[in-house]
Design a protein around this ligand. Structure first.
Ligand SMILES: Cc1cc2nc3c(=O)[nH]c(=O)nc-3n(C[C@H](O)[C@H](O)[C@H](O)COP(=O)(O)OP(=O)(O)OC[C@H]3O[C@@H](n4cnc5c(N)ncnc54)[C@H](O)[C@@H]3O)c2cc1C
Length: 374
């Protein structure tokens, strides 16, 4: 039976960043991906925002990996010409609830060490964004947008150049701990099955990461690793030149999402979204009829010249949330499961936003977690 040092399950941006971080170690690394190519799930269905780390509780993994990851990402983009733009972001408030939220977001962000934030009044908002109406805003100059496909293409190629092997269209169907290593069973597209061994396994399977953990016998309910799907839909603005929006423009965040925001993209377009709704199954069809008036109501509050007819349906992404409906904040899980009896099995679970921003920091963290052991 073939044996590798490290098996990485999943080649979304997290699996790719992990492969990239580990690729200079000289270890024998295999990435297994059930789709025909990398980045075909959540990593290509998101807002492509490089977040500054404003919202997450101090010392949480989300906060630390976002703040560190943002700097790593900007440096990588500069070094390897990966397209991005540091546009800056406005978080707006107009009513008393929004203003209260804005104050606590600002306080949290500064306590977390987010730099360069400014509070803007109505006049200063108008000077930056003439089409936008709000009483007060937080301005974050270090928030940006990135070409996530170009990032993933770079990570894939760089890992391959360092001899990481990628097996596409191969699905992991079971994993068993056997002695000091793991037997990984996989299925090929024609239905043929085979298995191989790995001394280290890194579970970067996104929406299926709870099921991968379950394969080795970790109960997702008991461990708190059950993934809850939370859909986010996007609309695109038909005639983006009608608006002079130059920054990312957000309302105050909700409990499970950041609010329907306006995101300029690198091609000069404008996207609205995502909304947030818990669902039972993965379904990427947009519910246009229900969503259109809700998007219009929400965004026209701060972009009054928007008309409902400006909206055309765009994509849908699904957040792999650990936070159940009605629950409070849940952090990323990045953990060597030694205590549960599975040494060198690293679970990377619940990587919702800001996972794209945090990817390089998470990759580095995993490299440190498995250290020399693999
Ligand atoms: C609507 C939305 C908006 C977002 N906006 C932002 C943003 O603006 N900024 C930001 O920083 N983050 C954002 N995020 C979060 C970000 O997109 C994710 O954190 C990130 O893409 C997660 O990457 P991943 O590699 O963990 O998951 P994925 O991209 O889902 O990759 C997991 C991979 O594992 C594979 N896999 C699963 N099971 C198996 C198996 N059994 N065998 C083999 N392969 C398997 C899948 O096929 C998939 O390719 C957003 C997310 C959503 C949903």
């Amino acid at each position: 039976m073939e044996k590798v040092d490290i098996a990485i399950i999943g080649s979304g941006v997290i699996g790719l960043a992990t492969a990239y971080a580990l690729s200079k170690s000289g270890k024998d690394i295999m990435v297994i991906e059930k789709n025909p190519s990398f980045g075909q799930e959540t990593s290509s269905r998101n807002s492509e925002v490089i977040h500054a780390g404003i919202y997450y509780p101090k010392d949480s993994l989300k906060s630390k990996t976002c703040i560190h990851g943002k700097n790593l990402l900007y440096d990588l983009c500069d070094k390897y010409n990966i397209p991005y733009r540091k546009l800056g972001k406005l978080i707006l408030a107009s009513d008393s609830e929004g203003l209260e939220k804005l104050d606590s977001i600002y306080k949290n962000a500064t306590e977390c060490g987010v730099k360069n934030l400014r509070l803007l009044d109505k006049k200063e908002i108008k000077a930056l964004e003439p089409d936008v109406t709000a009483q007060k805003a937080i301005f974050s100059p270090d928030t940006g947008i990135i070409d996530s496909h170009a990032l993933m293409k770079f990570l894939h190629q760089a890992a391959k150049n360092n001899n990481v092997n990628f097996a596409f269209s191969v699905e992991v169907t079971n994993i068993k701990k056997e002695g000091a290593s793991y037997k990984i069973e996989v299925k090929e597209p024609k239905g043929d099955s085979f298995s191989f061994r790995a001394r280290c396994v890194i579970n970067c399977a996104g929406l299926q990461s709870d099921k991968i953990a379950e394969f080795i016998g970790i109960d997702p309910e008991e461990s708190g690793y059950r993934i809850h799907y939370c859909r986010g839909q996007y609309f695109r603005i038909r005639n983006p030149k009608k608006f002079s929006v130059k920054h990312l423009v957000y309302p105050p965040p909700g409990v499970i999402d950041l609010g329907i925001h306006v995101t300029p993209d690198l091609a000069g377009g404008l996207r609205l979204g995502p909304d947030a709704k818990y669902v039972d199954k993965i379904d990427y069809d947009i519910e246009e009829k229900q969503a259109r008036p809700l998007f219009f109501d929400s965004v026209s509050k701060f972009l009054p010249s928007l008309e409902e007819a400006d909206l055309i349906p765009d994509t849908v992404g699904i957040r792999p949330k650990l936070q159940k409906k009605g629950e409070n904040f849940r952090d990323f899980v990045v953990k060597n499961e030694e205590e549960k009896g599975f040494p060198n099995f690293v679970n990377v679970i619940g990587i919702e936003s800001p996972g794209l921003t945090s990817c390089l920091a998470i990759g580095e963290m995993i490299k440190n977690i498995i250290g020399e052991q693999c």
